[in-house]
Design a protein around this ligand. Structure first.
Ligand SMILES: Cc1ncc(C[n+]2csc(CCOP(=O)(O)OP(=O)(O)O)c2C)c(N)n1
Ligand SMILES: [Mg+2]
Length: 416
């Protein structure tokens, strides 16, 4: 695939993917030693999706990772020690030992919204962040990830509809890893491609080979650029595979062996190592240098985590109920004078133009969803989005050309 990545960036992508996998390998060891206090979810086989998508964002952008996005956290600047201490519930962790999995974030510096366990709920939250950024005059993009199973939740659809209607600069990455717990995709969604969910909202979508980190990065970069240009939200479906069970308790015996074998040949790290070698982007020395660096960092960070104390018992009652004046004082961090972005000065004209009064006939241009294809369909998105902006807010029903005689008569009488 054509790429704009420099040699340094190529190697950095390898560093993050390798780090992602090695951090999780060590977490599995810790789990077996009974040192992980909560559940442990693996992103084995999905590293290229987390790393490649997060790598396409700028420092001012926002992410909300899910349980299989440790790679995105690392790209965003979290260190392995943050992840180790978090899973081991130590006082030095981002949540001071209050959470035993991945529920942590950083709204100030890294722009990471903590995962929400209720699947789908991050879609409206990140849509809100994208909209807030626009109100504040920032050119930010918000991104989150959701599994194939998660795309069937109500929150996903409500959130995507809001994002589409508001043309929010929001990238939704669907990680189609073929399974939701023990349910295969074809038993829960009547679609071959989950990118087709985008058609329901008239927004752009891409399908990408999710184990090819360069393809994932380039696709995400394009989606981010479209968002930044004001063309509205984008869905990226990353076709990949969950190479472990849902969590450590699940041996995934329901997955056909041949399926694991098929995807093992497409291991994202193996594929990328081959790519780096074939394109002469590294040699044995640079490879060993990266691996030695990772080993060193992980050993140091693991030692730090193991030597960290558990939280003091009194912490359990802190931050639960309101204490003093500081509680519930959550306020927007206004970067422009508040009056400028609030009505009546805000840019939204409080006048609505409505054509056709719901009949779907008068002055209404049909609003086309951009079709997905194996190459990705986002290329047409800017033009499609522009066209959408010029048409009425009321979309013509998909079957409007095939009205029954009775319906036609009703429409003529103005009752359609
Ligand atoms: C609204 C909601 N329903 C059910 C669950 C329980 N649950 C947690 S993970 C999961 C499966 C998710 O599958 P998928 O979205 O494909 O993500 P994956 O685990 O494959 O990454 C379910 C059903 C939940 N967390 N939230
Ligand atoms: Mg899944």
């Amino acid at each position: 695939m054509e790429t704009s990545l420099t040699r340094e960036q190529h190697l950095e992508l390898f560093y993050y993917m390798r780090l992602n996998r090695s951090v999780e390998d060590r977490l599995v060891n810790l789990f077996r030693q009974n040192k992980v206090v909560g559940g442990l979810y693996s992103s084995l086989g999905q590293e290229a999706t987390s790393v490649g998508t997060a790598y396409a964002l700028g420092p001012g952008d926002w992410i909300a990772p899910m349980i299989r996005n440790a790679g995105a956290l690392l790209v965003r600047g979290y260190k392995p020690r943050d992840i180790f201490t978090q899973y081991m519930a130590r006082y030095t962790s981002p949540t001071l030992g209050k959470d035993g999995t991945s529920h942590f974030g950083d709204l100030k510096v890294r722009h990471v919204v903590s995962p929400i366990s209720m699947l789908g709920d991050l879609i409206p939250v990140m849509t809100g962040i994208a909209m807030a950024g626009r109100y504040l005059g920032q050119k930010i993009v918000a991104m989150t990830w959701i599994g194939d199973g998660g795309t069937s939740t109500g929150a996903f659809h409500e959130g995507m509809n809001l994002a589409a209607q508001q043309r929010a600069p929001f990238v939704c990455v669907i990680e189609n890893n073929q399974w939701a717990y023990s349910t295969p995709v074809e038993r829960q969604v009547p679609l071959k491609d989950l990118a087709d969910r985008a058609k329901a909202y008239g927004i752009a979508s891409y399908i990408v080979e999710g184990n090819d980190v360069v393809a994932v990065y380039e696709t995400a970069k394009r989606a981010v650029e479209q968002c930044r240009a004001g063309d509205g939200p984008v869905i990226i479906e990353s076709k990949t595979m969950r190479m472990r069970g849902h969590a450590q308790h699940d041996p995934a015996e329901y997955v056909p062996k041949e399926m694991f074998e098929y995807w093992k040949k497409r291991d994202p790290l193996g594929l990328y190592e081959k790519y780096l070698t074939e394109n002469r982007l590294w040699d044995e020395k640079s490879r060993k240098g990266i691996e030695a660096r990772i080993d060193r960092e992980l050993t140091e960070d693991l030692e730090f985590a193991e030597n960290s104390p558990f939280p003091p018992p009194e912490l359990a009652e802190q931050g639960v109920y309101c204490e003093g004046d500081s509680c519930h004082k959550i306020e927007a961090d206004w970067r422009r004078p508040k009056e400028e972005v609030m009505p009546p000065k805000s840019s939204v004209k409080p006048v609505w133009e409505v054509d056709g009064f719901g009949s779907g006939e008068a002055g209404v241009k049909r609003r086309e969803a951009t079709p997905a294809s194996a190459q990705g369909n986002g290329a047409k998105a800017p033009a499609a989005a522009k066209a959408m902006g010029k048409t009425s807010r009321i979309a013509k029903p998909a079957n409007s050309g095939k009205k029954s005689g009775a319906k036609k008569a009703a429409a003529r009488k103005g009752r359609g």
